[in-house]
Design a protein around this ligand. Sequence first.
Ligand SMILES: *Cc1c(COP(=O)(O)O)cnc(C)c1O
Ligand SMILES: [Zn+2]
Length: 426
Amino acid sequence: MLTQVAAAKASSGTVKALKCRECGREYPKLALHVCEFCFGPLEVAYDYDAARKLLSREVIERRPPTMWRYHELLPLDLPPTVGTQVGFTPLVRAHRLGARLGLSELYIKNDAVSYPTLSFKDRVVAVALSKARELGFETVACASTGNLANSVAANAAAAGLACYVFIPHDLEQGKVLGTLIFGATVVSIRGTYDEVNRLCSEIADKYRWGFVNVSLRPYYAEGSKSHGYEIQEQLGWRQPAHVVVPMASGSLLTKIGKSFDEFRRLGLVDEPRRPPKLHGAQAAGCSPIALAVARGQELIKPVKTPQTIAKSLAIGNPADGFYAARAIRQSGGHAAAVSDEEILDAMRLLAETEGIFTETAGGVTLAAARRLVAEGRIGPDESVVVCITGNGLKTMEAIAPHLGAPTTIGPKLAEFDQFITHQEKI
Ligand SMILES: *Cc1c(COP(=O)(O)O)cnc(C)c1O
Ligand SMILES: [Zn+2]
C-alpha cells in the first residue's frame, strides 16, 4: 500500500482536477463524468506551467518508447500499473501510397500494430485501468463496438481485474473471440451500440464498477492524446498540415486536436505556419458527425440504425460528436462519409502499396483522405498524416468475399510449371 506521502511524491503534480467543459466548475479527481449543475461532460485539467518546467524534447527523448513518456500530460496521480508497454507505434512515410494519391508527403500512423490488442484502444484502456486501480476498483467494464472490448479484456486479465464487457450482438468473430479468450464475461445485447451504451449507463449507476467509457470517461479519453503526441515527435517535433482521423464517438479526433494545442502551448514543436487541419472520417451508413460538418450544423442528428461494414465506427449518437464537429470547423478541416465499396478499395490499396492490413475503420480513414484530396481540400505538396487505428485480421468477414482464393495444385513440379505457364498467358 502506498502512503499518501509516497503517492504525492510519485505524482508529477501536473493533473489539477476534473473540469466541466461547459460551465468550468471543478471536481475532484474521482470516477465522475458529468457536471451536476449543467450536465456538461467533465474533462481533465492540467497545470501547464508545471508541465512546461518538467518537459522538454530532450527529457522526453531519453524516456522509454511508450505512450508514458508524456506522462505529465496524462491523468494519473501515480505511475501507471496497466498497459505500461503501450504506444510508440510506427509513423510510416508512405511513398508508394502517396504516389497513388498524388501526395508528396504522406504518413501513416500505424496503430494496427498497437500492443497488446492491435488497435488504438490500448492507449485509452492503459489510462482508464491504471486510474481504476488508483481509485480502488476491482472490477472494470465497458460498452464497446469491438476493439475496446478486446483491449479492456486483455489488460484487465494482465492486471488481475474482473471484467464485464457489453457489445452489440452482430460484431465480427475476431472482436468476439478476441474478447472471450481473456476470460472476460461478455454480454451480447440484441440492439445497436447506442442501446448497449444506454443500458451501460444504467448498469454503471447501479453497480460500483469502473466503467472505462462511462464513469471513467474523462480519464479514458485523455489516452487518445498520446496518438497525437507521437505523431508530432515522430515528425521531428513538427505538426502536419493535415491529419485524417476516423470518428466513432468523436473522442479520438477531439483529443488529437488537444494534443496539437498542448504541444504548441508547451513550446515542444516548431511553430507551424498554421495549426493542422483536422479532418474526420465516417462510413456513409453511419455518419452523423460528417453530416453535421457538411451542413454547417451545430447539432448532431443521431442515426437510428447504422448500416456499414465499419462496425467499430458505428455509433449513431456520438457522445463527443458536438465537440468533434466544432474542432474540425475551427481547424479549417472537413469531413467525408464514404461507401462500403470505397472502404474495401482503400483497405486493399493500403495493403498493396504499404504492406499494412487495416480493419474496415482504416479503410474508412484512407477512403476519406482520398476523397479530400480529390475535392482539393488537401493539396499535393502538403504534409498529411492518416491515422490507421485497427487491424485487418479482426474484420476478415468484410474483406474475404473480395479477395478470391489461392490456386491449389499438387506437390509436383509439372503442376507448378503448368500453373505458371497458364498465368504468364493471362
Ligand atoms: C473506437 C475506434 C475509433 C474511434 O473512436 P472514438 O470513439 O471516435 O474515439 C477509431 N478506430 C477504431 C478502429 C476504433 O475501434
Ligand atoms: Zn457544468
